[in-house]
Design a binder for this molecule. Structure first.
Ligand code: ZN
Length: 480
């Protein structure tokens, strides 16, 4: 494999490339699902490489699944041709921020290899949950899944970098959908993640750290109870948002808008550009003084935790929002200079060997505050508590948003009272984060995985985690 990697670099240099890198990736996946008792198991292996070059100041990229000497040569030549064609259209030559050429091996940590856990054990877990969920006839759909992914990547660059990394990610979850046949009402509850599934960069122990079976009755009963729950009140209210919902709030209202390629107008797909324009860096009051949001490519168990990104840049931890002030962007080697930074933040990642890397979110987390959740509820006179994302929408600048969660409860005189269905809240990003007046402490804080973030055209998938504890926001528009 190493030889093939160095061959690509040699060929690229011979053909006049100013810079070249290659990523050779092989991965293995296992997906197990049970839907209304029906089992499905799929396993996959994938291997391939992608060569990225700069010729005459422009990028070229080509990829292939065939790991042979001939194919390396052919694919590298193609990447060079593409770069030459792109160079005729370029406005400015690509400028890469300095990065020392790292030579390193990096493996994500885990305790139990999920690929060695017997299939029967995995199916048993899902079937036991399925049986509990469907023990009431009002549950019409019960579905659960477990998913495991190991990715091995060799990165070699013309600058002398040689980095080998292995990532192991595990996750799963389940949901129950209840139907009231008389009214046609449909309600779903899920466990344990942001939208049902929870993924971490760990082994089988990630699955075992959750009580799948112990929560199944509650999930079933809540789905059924939601059928006859009261609707969400309307108006302005104080709202306590659970960590699993806040994770997606962070993702959509800070993660995507702080991607520097969006900010510069180079990327506009999937709810597009960004209101966080560059003159705001270091002075814009994004949130209240207690809002501290950190980007962290080193967070233990985070889905975007890496040794090095696909530019060969070492992973880092930095503030996006510090004491409420917007303080940093997600950058790569190509764009760091556009905001006057000399080094990349290491947020360039590709979806496998087929895709060219682009700026992707690393793990982005709201730092814990000082509150205990029970005390925070007692301190809230009139409001709602909402949990687990159901749907969301956000405008092209990532300013106006609306979220719906699976479940909520009224808070009346400091007590959680009635369950409410289809809780919705809406806001304008900076106003919303400026209304945050309480964040729960580290005992309530955890990393929530987002395994399917989409970006780019053609679309690329990426995964990342968001740490959050429940937090309170004052006078938020709720209901429709
Ligand atoms: Zn996303």
């Amino acid at each position: 494999m190493r030889e093939l990697a160095f061959q690509a670099i040699d060929v690229a240099k011979m053909l006049g490339a100013e810079y070249a890198d290659i990523r050779i990736i092989d991965d293995a996946t296992e997906n197990i699902s049970v839907k209304n008792g029906i089992q499905n198991v799929s396993r996959g292996m994938d291997i391939g490489f992608g060569v990225r070059v700069i010729v005459d100041g422009a990028w070229g990229y080509a990829a292939s699944p065939k790991l042979t000497k001939d194919e390396i040569e052919k694919t590298t030549k193609l990447a060079v041709e593409i770069a030459k064609a792109s160079a005729t259209l370029k406005k400015e030559p690509v400028r890469l921020a300095y990065e020392p050429p790292h030579r390193d091996k990096w493996n994500s940590t885990y305790i139990i290899d999920p690929f060695k856990v017997p299939l029967e054990k995995k199916l048993d877990l899902l079937l036991t949950v399925d049986k509990i969920l469907r023990s009431d006839e009002r549950i019409v759909v019960a579905s659960g899944e477990l998913s495991f992914w190991r990715e091995h990547q060799l990165f070699v660059s013309s600058e002398g970098a040689e980095i080998e990394q292995t990532h192991l990610r595990s996750g799963g979850g389940y949901s129950a959908t209840a139907v009231d046949r008389k009214t046609g009402e449909i309600q779903t509850r899920s466990y344990p993640g942001v939208q049902g599934d929870q993924y971490m960069q760990l082994g089988w122990e990630a699955i075992e750290s959750y009580d799948y079976i112990g929560n199944a009755e509650r999930v079933r009963d809540e789905a059924i109870a939601l059928l006859s729950a009261e609707p969400c009140p309307t108006g302005e209210m104080d709202i306590i948002i659970d960590g699993n919902q806040l994770a997606l709030q962070i993702h959509e209202s800070l993660g995507h808008p702080s991607e520097l390629d969006r900010v510069l107008g180079m990327e506009a797909n999937y709810a597009g550009t960004s209101f966080l324009t560059t003159e705001k860096l270091g002075n814009f009051k994004y949130g209240s003084d207690i809002v501290n949001i950190v980007a962290d490519g080193t967070a233990p168990g985070g889905l975007a935790t890496i040794g090095y990104d696909d530019d060969g840049v070492r992973s880092q931890r930095w503030f996006l929002v510090k004491d409420g002030i917007f303080s940093g962007y997600l950058t790569n080697r190509e764009l760091a200079h556009t905001i006057g930074e000399e080094r990349s933040r290491g947020a360039n990642r590709a979806d496998g060997w087929r895709s060219i890397p682009m700026i992707r979110m690393t793990n982005i987390s709201l730092m814990p505050g000082t509150w205990n959740l029970d005390d925070l509820i007692v301190d809230t006179k009139d409001g709602i508590f909402v949990s687990t994302n159901k749907s969301w929408s956000i405008d092209q600048h990532r300013l106006n948003f609306q979220f719906t969660t699976e479940i909520g409860w009224l808070i009346e005189n400091g007590k959680l009272t009635k369950m409410i269905k289809n809780p919705t809240y809406q806001g304008i990003t900076p106003q919303f984060w400026n209304s945050c007046d309480a964040i729960c402490d580290d005992k309530h804080w955890m990393l929530w995985g987002v395994p399917n973030c989409g970006k780019g055209q053609p679309g690329q998938r990426a995964e990342m985690s968001h740490g959050a504890a429940p937090a309170r926001f004052r006078k938020i528009k709720v209901g429709l």
